[in-house]
Design a binder for this molecule. Sequence first.
Ligand SMILES: [Zn+2]
Length: 114
Amino acid sequence: MKLTKLDYVSAVDRDLYSGLIRLHILHHAVEGPIFGLGMAEELARHGYRISPGTLYPLLHGLEKKGYLKSKQIRGGKSRRKAYRATPLGRKALIAAKGKLRELIGELMEGKSRS
Ligand SMILES: [Zn+2]
């Protein structure tokens, strides 16, 4: 596959946005159970194109840190993994919100500290 300029940019941006993507995942996992595929679609809706090969390690990493907890859900023949935020994950999200608010203040209002 030949990389277009857009693919290249999104590959580079993945590093830049990986924290935002994690927070986004955490946010939805606080609101309700999330699933890998649904989360990939949600992220795509926000302009983050993320492959399962990138998303699943992210979810596992968040679970390993204790921010998410997964559960196997049986639906007919298929088994899906649902993720929910843990109390630690909720706390981490609240802390991150404060930091994001501060960052957004600087980015959007051009405020800077010297
Ligand atoms: Zn969202």
